[in-house]
Ligand binder design. Structure first.
Ligand SMILES: Cc1cc2ncn([C@H]3O[C@H](COP(=O)(O)O)[C@@H](O)[C@H]3O)c2cc1C
Ligand SMILES: O=C(O)c1cccnc1
Length: 360
């Protein structure tokens, strides 16, 4: 049986009773009701997922999936395709943005090559190359269905391994020149929004390149006719190897019962494909930041997610996700360490309301 189908029956629903307990706990802390905004919502959702009112999520990892894109030959990126391989070396040397943030915020960094064209990989990078880059999706499918399934398995395997090693929360990120074109095509298929509205500047392309990029996305959709009801078909036709790998990571995390923090537009495209495949997985998703890529907000809306920050970032690699780790840690520390109204000898809002309800 296909790995993702085996996962289907294993995804637990978050525990509504623990969520209620967590909400009651937050309402009793010494602050105005709801005043910590989305930090409260995040912590309460994490309680439901982990089954603990205040979980310990100190063991974290960021999974960076890499792959090359045949569509890069359409002139849709501001950088040449070789940059994917150069950045893989950079990850191994510790000099990329994600290395810095992972070190700073205590996340284990795992780099997996799902299909770059790099000639030689550094030993610290996990080699799970399904094929050396996708085919140009404007002329036919980016990859076969079988290859998309293999890439999905790469993500599932990797998360299983991390969870076995004690990791309790993951972030997902990517590296692959041309992948904002693939991500935007996925967004167009799943949201039904026009390509003009969704297409952004990726690494920083000029107006003429934006026109080429829109045209490439339109052609890819016209030639391949991806069916939104068939998410694996969508990943194969207009996706990417690292995107399918991230979709697999989402499924693996949901199966293992651990939260997944999304990064920007590309990782959210992967998560949307995963959620269309197994809707139960969406309960495990957390948005970190709002990317400058226009397609991002529409996909977050589809997933019913609201990001913690809007810093106009457009980098990828998992940087926005890891940047939100300290916010999540902060929320959990508040839940763990703040005094309650009862500690001060006062009836808190929760008690007052309970009192009110029993009076009426
Ligand atoms: C040096 C460099 C480092 C990066 N790190 C992430 N990206 C990001 O940019 C790429 C997507 O943009 P586009 O679709 O325009 O090619 C992806 O590799 C993404 O992770 C990078 C891009 C570059 C150039
Ligand atoms: O939002 C993203 O994921 C993104 C945007 C630009 C470049 N790379 C990634």
């Amino acid at each position: 049986m296909k790995r993702w189908k085996q996962i289907r029956g294993r995804i637990r629903r978050p525990d509504p009773e623990i969520r209620r307990k967590a909400l009651r706990h937050w309402n009793n802390l010494t602050k105005p009701l709801g005043s910590l905004g989305r930090l409260e919502e995040t912590a309460i959702r994490l309680a439901g997922i982990t089954g603990e009112v205040v979980p310990d999520l100190s063991r974290k990892a960021v999974l960076v999936m890499c792959g090359d894109h045949g569509v890069a030959e359409e002139g849709v990126s501001a950088y040449p395709q070789e940059v994917t391989g150069l950045m893989i070396d950079n990850f191994a040397r510790g000099g990329a943005a994600i290395n810095v943030l992972a070190r700073r915020f205590g996340a284990e960094l795992v780099v997996v090559d799902v299909g770059s064209k790099a000639k030689k990989l550094p030993p610290s990078v996990i080699d799970r190359r399904v094929r050396p880059g996708t085919a140009n999706m404007t002329a036919g499918p980016a990859m076969t269905r079988e290859e998309a399934l293999q890439a999905l398995d790469v993500g599932i395997d990797r998360v299983e391994e991390l969870v076995r090693g004690g990791v309790r929360m993951i972030a997902i990120g990517e590296m692959g020149i041309g992948n904002t074109t693939a991500g935007t095509a996925i967004a167009a298929v799943f949201t039904g929004r026009p390509v003009e509205v969704l297409t952004g500047r990726g690494t920083g392309i000029d107006d003429r390149a934006v026109l080429r990029k829109r045209e490439a996305i339109r052609r890819a959709i016209e030639v391949n006719r991806p069916d939104p009801a068939d998410p694996i078909g969508v990943l194969a036709k207009v996706g990417g190897l690292e995107i399918a790998g991230m979709a697999g990571a989402v499924l693996g995390a949901a199966a293992a019962g651990i939260p997944v923090v999304l990064d920007g537009m590309i990782s959210t495209a992967a998560a949307l494909a995963a959620a269309r495949l197994l809707p139960e997985a969406s309960e495990y998703l957390f948005a970190s930041h709002l990317s400058a890529e226009p397609a991002h907000r529409f996909m977050l809306e589809e997933l019913g997610l609201r990001p913690l920050i809007d810093a106009e970032m457009r980098l990828g690699e998992g940087t926005g996700a890891v940047l939100c780790f300290p916010l999540i840690d902060g929320a959990l520390s508040l839940a763990r360490e703040m005094a309650t109204f009862a500690d001060l000898g006062l009836a808190g809002p929760a008690e007052e309301r309970a009192q009110h309800e029993s009076d009426s």
